[in-house]
Design a protein around this ligand. Structure first.
Ligand SMILES: [Zn+2]
Length: 246
């Protein structure tokens, strides 16, 4: 059921007919895209900035921000609520990874495909600051601002260092730091700075473990130097000038 097609891209007009009667065979994720394999094709859902998926029963009244329902035959409804309407609901026949939005996403950071060697190879021709390169989804999927800041601190790397200057050994340290940071954040349920909640409705608490993010002007927990805050690509960067020398 589509109540409002006007998301970041229009929901395809024929979507209800394409999905009706199909069987959900598998759920997957690539970057921030959720993939619902319906056999005949794949429903691609992106939560944008404010989207949430809820499981409700089919008697639950929809609110003005409930734009899309995936109605299951057991009476459950997977409902997309997205006040800012920056999310996506798309349909892809055939291989979903061939969709233009997904085709150029780099390796998943928690997969074996992402390691020091891969990061080293991906950065050789990139002279941009390593933090900006980490946040480029073509290099590695899904490393956002918070996690790029935290991983660079744990790897002891200055965020403005040109990516191609990092040695193979430092790339290995950084890849490991990214993996560890993300794994710890997942265990903590994510970072709830405003209204983020997990699929269980609970706020995350990884923000209580931030070492540099949001701590500009405060003392470094490791060395007591003052954490610095700079701007890179319209985003805030935080680092310790002593722990992250180069
Ligand atoms: Zn420090």
């Amino acid at each position: 059921m589509v109540r409002n097609r006007a998301l970041r891209r229009p929901v395809p007009r024929r979507l209800p007919q394409l999905v009706a009667g199909t069987t959900v065979r598998a759920l997957a994720r690539r970057g921030k895209y959720l993939l619902v394999d319906c056999g005949a094709g794949t429903l691609i859902v992106h939560l944008g900035m404010s989207g949430r998926l809820w499981v409700v029963n089919d008697a639950t009244p929809a609110t003005v921000h409930d734009h899309f329902d995936l109605v299951l035959d057991n009476g459950a409804v997977v409902r997309l609520r997205d006040p800012r309407r920056f999310g996506l609901v798309l349909w892809q026949a055939g291989d979903p990874l061939a969709h233009a939005l997904l085709a150029n996403i780099g390796p998943e950071p928690l997969s074996p495909a992402f390691n020091g060697g891969a990061l080293h190879a991906a950065t050789r021709r990139r002279s941009a600051a390593i933090k900006l390169v980490l946040m480029d989804s073509r290099v590695v999927a899904g490393v956002g601002n918070i996690y790029a800041n935290e991983a660079l601190f744990h790897a002891g790397i200055r965020p403005r260092t040109p990516a191609h200057r990092l040695s193979r050994a430092r790339c290995a340290t950084l890849a490991q730091a990214i993996r560890k940071t993300l794994e710890q954040a997942i265990v903590a349920g994510g970072s709830s700075l405003r209204d983020y909640v997990g699929s269980d409705g609970m706020a995350g608490n990884f923000q209580s473990q931030f070492t540099v993010y949001g701590r500009g002007g405060e003392p470094c927990q490791r060395c007591n130097a003052t954490i610095r805050e700079i701007r890179q690509g319209q985003r805030s960067t935080f680092y310790c000038p002593r722990c992250q020398r180069r």
